[in-house]
Write a protein that binds this ligand. Sequence first.
Ligand code: KG4
Ligand code: ZN
Length: 359
Amino acid sequence: MAKLFLGIESSCDDTAAAVVSSDGEILSSIVVDQGALHAAFGGVVPEIAARAHTEKLDIAVETALEQARTSLSQIDAIAVTAGPGLIGGVLSGVMCAQGIATGTGKPLIGVNHLAGHALTPRLTDGVVFPYLMLLVSGGHCQLLIVRGPNEFHRLGGTIDDAPGEAFDKTARALGLGQPGGPVVERAAKSGAPNRFRFPRPLLDRPGCDMSFSGLKTALIRERDSLITARNGLTEQDRADLCAGFQTAVADVLAQKTARAVELYLEDAPAKPVIAVAGGVAANSAIRASLKTIAQYQGLQFVAPPLALCTDNAAMIAWAGVELDRIGHKGLDPLIARPRWPLDDQQPALIGSGKKGAKA
Ligand code: KG4
Ligand code: ZN
């Protein structure tokens, strides 16, 4: 009989709880967004996030149980994000989950947030191991070969800003709103991608590591010289800057992904798949360039629905299901970890970012 897993996620600025069954049915997925609390500060404030998680976690759990038409007594196990992320938020979730586990006597599984993202294509599309995963969000950027629920090989990642972070900083530099991704994408639609020539950092180097902070600096330099020359920016200037920036990000992601595909294909997977996750996967220009690479190199392209690409607790519950299935107890001892690389054989990525540790 299928087991029921309660998932809890609070590693960044979303308080989330979900109930998922071991046969892959999402019975509920509640995400309480904190956007409004941080809007005035232009980024996530860790202390505000942690306090808001503490206030919202129990209501998120109650609502998730209610919507799933179940109760704690029917839950078989609890899976909680134990890192990486903003430590105050991770701690709030771990404490809440430990409280529930102690009170009910149910098993508790400490899950890696990145593993949650990386295993989502199995929940949504039944993808088989090994597959290639590009995780691109406001806090993360990694290319991984996913070989098992607890077996990840990191081929590369950002050494500074995550792509979503670069979109957010670009929007801020141009006086557009937050989050930056959707507004920059909208502005880019009426822009000329070739008016400004932005750099493609690290493409001249071998390997799959990426860098996005220089791109944002180049954009600020172009903005400043336009302002000096003409006393301000026109709508068209903004659109052209956005289009140039977005094309550069898409190019870097596509070319580094193409390199990763070659390495992945050395594994000779029976059904080669590339999957994406993270908020930046919503960008249609980026999606299109990844799809082209997939088609060209003969891979199936999998993009889970956006609500499961961005931070949520269904992916944490599902990672719990996957670990439980192989008899893995999760992080032991269960502590909150600000940094927790999925692949500890690889050297640490530098950069910690506004949304917590990169890995
Ligand atoms: O995965 P996510 O919801 O949260 C975390 O980063 O944890 O991703 C949010 C990020 C933000 O930086 C946002 O600007 C970016 O994803 N984003 C986009 C788009 N929609 C959201 N970036 C580019 N194009 C988009 N359409
Ligand atoms: Zn995330």
